[in-house]
Design a protein around this ligand. Sequence first.
Ligand code: ADP
Length: 502
Amino acid sequence: MIPIANRPIPLLPEVESFVKRPQRLFIANTFVEPASGQMIPTENPATGDVLAHIPAGDKEDIDRAVAAARRAFEGDWRAMSPTQRAACMFKLADLIEAHAEEFAQLESLDVGKTITSARAIDVPFTVYLWRYYAGWATKLYGKTLDLSLAPSDTFFSYVRREPVGVVGCIIPWNYPLAQVSFKIAPALAAGCTTVVKPAEQASLTNLRLAELIVEAGFPPGVVNIVTGLGETAGAALAEHPDVNKISFTGSTAVGKLIMQAAGRSNLKRLTLELGGKSPTIVFADASLEEAIPTAATAIFNNSGQVCNAGSRLYVQRNVFDRVVEGVADYANRLQIGVGLDERTQLGPLVTHEQKARVLSYMKQGLQDGARVVIGGPDLLQDIPGNFVHPTIFVNTTPEMSIVREEIFGPVLVAMPFDDPDEIASVANQTHYGLAATIFTRDISLAHRLAARLNAGAIWINCFGVFDPNLPFGGFKQSGMGREFSQEGIEAFTELKAVTVKL
Ligand code: ADP
């Protein structure tokens, strides 16, 4: 029997009471019942018990929220100067920081993730991001230009950058507080207003954020939050004729549905951050002391529930066994346990459905003839909660589903390669293109490979370096558009060319 860390820290009283409180939708700065009167139970990933109930918002609630967002967009939010808007955003960042432990506990409880990573990553990154985009609120500008077909003293032309309008933000469950911030912070900085549809599996930190939004002084309607199911509340937002843009993070399949809904309704703008099957490529000359733990972290962090997880490991053949053994050893030493135990390094998956999905991929891999180095579908299945053991497969072929499809769990496929000139095309054999990681001491080789890999983020001798100032997003079916950085805020604007005859 594998020992599970199961001594959760005592919860803060405010976390205890928030989880027990009846949850409401957040529309125009007030907390309201859903039109349906229905609630959705959510699961405690560590135990499988019911954790809370969230309102089942539907089309009627989305309509109310969009109307509130439209009023704020035409009214109070537009009437404020960028400095005033930035002040609300800085205030919100301060409030999140002041409640950092509360958010970390709530996120760990709701998602199952480790409290140490919620404290070290989810919450501080969220605070940095709010401050970063609060700074941008006062730094967006258009430009003046000369026409190419007329003498420069005959026309005066300028290009204005205007907020796109009401933005629908559809959020995944893996980093709920951070992900909602990735969307609403740049949208608000650009002058837009928002309707958020959190993930039904993990909505609690989004709802807690709503209370701080009121406290930070945002006018009613600037941020609205409608919890509920994807196929009802989410779909209603994607179809809504008065929503100007959807910013979505989630699966490629749902990204395609949202794109169809945008096409059917009003051709709303889209930023889509979708799935991945990102390669980690280790050359024989690399520092294996660095490559091995990094390759392990790349897949096992957040129990593999990360869109840019390094889920395919390619290792040059003469060091293949060493690297695979090293990653397996690392994985075997990871302390598995409930997220709220400070010793835990690998928490449970978010829901029992997600666990079933990951286990079925493992079983399919075995049936297809892959060999398990460590882990597999049978371990940890005698305990409650959504635990799966970190798992590494070898002896795979490119056709296997475990090699081709996004599993979104702690499952790694490892493959040897011989020819450095062929590894780019092998790594590119996927319809995804989110990230890629390269380990080598040959920096010219690394740059040549970086240019040839079809992915939006390339990490050389490191992994998962995120920064609010670095654009992030996917090639191919990993998405369209970029989050973070100047590109991330400009994605919430329209350009308007104004020409005056002089
Ligand atoms: P995952 O597979 O990680 O759960 P999904 O793509 O299913 O990711 O979900 C991401 C977000 O998209 C969630 O907030 C979910 O409710 C929402 N969603 C799911 N289906 C739809 C849909 N048809 N239209 C709009 N949003 C949806």
